[in-house]
Design a protein around this ligand. Structure first.
Ligand code: ADP
Ligand code: MG
Length: 331
């Protein structure tokens, strides 16, 4: 562990650190002509393809707890970026990692690297370079992920059309429940807690689903800030409205044991789900079922012409998603 040394010491140690923790052994991507080691990485596109590029920063104390398991942090740092690629239907190719560390903790870096490079390998995504600095105020991780799509085929937020079905993958709200547990706001059994915290700290980016929805979905977004908020982005970009059937919003068995207000708070407005929310014409249902393969998907509503969003409960009564009336367990 190097702690509180001069700034020049970390740059002296930087190369050893990169060599040790941020060098991939097996992922060779033919889109990366030159990876880490020079002033720039060199990437080759393919004729008829576009690059899809996204960047996200995770700040200690804001986006993750200081005591998070390092491997989970490594996994999540890349997962949130791959989720953005998935939302565009892009195939991941490579990524850049800029990391600011207040100190060098080798055990922590080894875990971080394992989680990060493990997910990268699973998606054949090459670490093409980065930057390593000393930060003064907690760990800062910025990843820029790059993927490719056939030209014109990217899934965008702006493509939803009146009458389209609204779909979501997986289940919603578990990460928010895991966060509430981590903040000591609710009690869960040890088994349930570990399931929910895993959903929060090790999200599964829906990369393959995104790719398979190209040419089928009319719009897509990944649910990172909550279903209602993220659906609003799609509706605004597309100039449409929506009706959502609350009873169809997929919730895990663990979340379903919670009071309904907690379920609604978590599944409608909780963040960090990293599921795909997408729209498609109702005559594409069979293709969508085929594209989803083993991934559970649910049809939760319909795109409407009136520019507002209504979530209706089993009685057809609008669920209040604005006032915070159902947010009682949050600080
Ligand atoms: P420069 O000073 O020219 O920006 P750096 O010293 O920052 O170069 O980086 C040297 C090489 O190491 C570059 O190729 C860069 O991409 C790579 N690199 C730096 N930090 C990381 C990291 N955290 N992960 C992967 N590669 C890195
Ligand atoms: Mg640099």
């Amino acid at each position: 562990m190097i702690s509180r040394r001069s700034a020049s010491d970390i740059s002296f140690g930087e190369f050893a650190l990169i060599e040790r923790f941020f060098k991939q052994k097996s992922v060779a991507d033919d889109y990366v002509d030159l990876g880490a080691g020079d002033d720039c990485a060199l990437l080759s596109g393919r004729p008829g393809e576009q690059w899809a590029v996204s960047t996200d920063t995770l700040l200690e104390g804001v986006h993750f707890f200081s005591n998070v398991e390092p491997a989970a942090l490594g996994h999540k740092s890349l997962a949130v970026n791959l989720s953005d690629l998935a939302a565009c239907g892009a195939t991941p190719r490579c990524f850049l990692l800029a990391i600011g560390l207040p100190q060098i903790d080798q055990t922590c870096l080894a875990g971080f690297s394992r989680g990060l490079l493990g997910l990268a390998e699973a998606h054949r995504c090459a670490l093409a370079g980065g930057d390593t600095t000393r930060s003064t105020d907690g760990i800062v991780i910025t990843i820029t992920a790059m993927g490719t799509v056939p030209t014109g085929a990217a899934l965008l937020r702006s493509g939803a059309r009146v009458g389209d079905d609204i779909w979501v993958s997986g289940s919603l709200g578990d990460a928010a429940l895991g966060l509430a547990f981590r903040r000591n706001q609710i009690e869960l059994s040890a088994t349930d807690a570990s399931l929910m915290v895993d959903r929060l700290e090790r999200p599964t980016p829906r990369v393959h689903l995104g790719v398979r929805l190209r040419g089928i979905a009319s719009s897509a977004i990944d649910v990172s800030d909550g279903l209602v908020g993220d659906l609003r982005h799609v509706l605004t970009a597309s100039g449409v409205g929506a009706v959502i059937d609350w009873t169809r919003v997929p919730r895990s068995p663990v979340l379903q044991q919670q009071p309904v207000n907690v379920q609604q708070r978590c599944a409608l407005s909780g963040g960090d789900d990293y599921e795909l929310l997408f729209t498609a014409s109702s005559n594409r249902r069979e293709e969508i079922a085929a594209a989803a393969e083993a991934i559970p998907i649910n049809r939760i509503g319909t795109v409407t012409a009136t520019a507002d969003l209504a979530v209706l409960d089993e009685q057809g009564t609008p669920v209040d998603t604005e006032s915070g009336a159902y947010e009682h367990f949050l600080r």
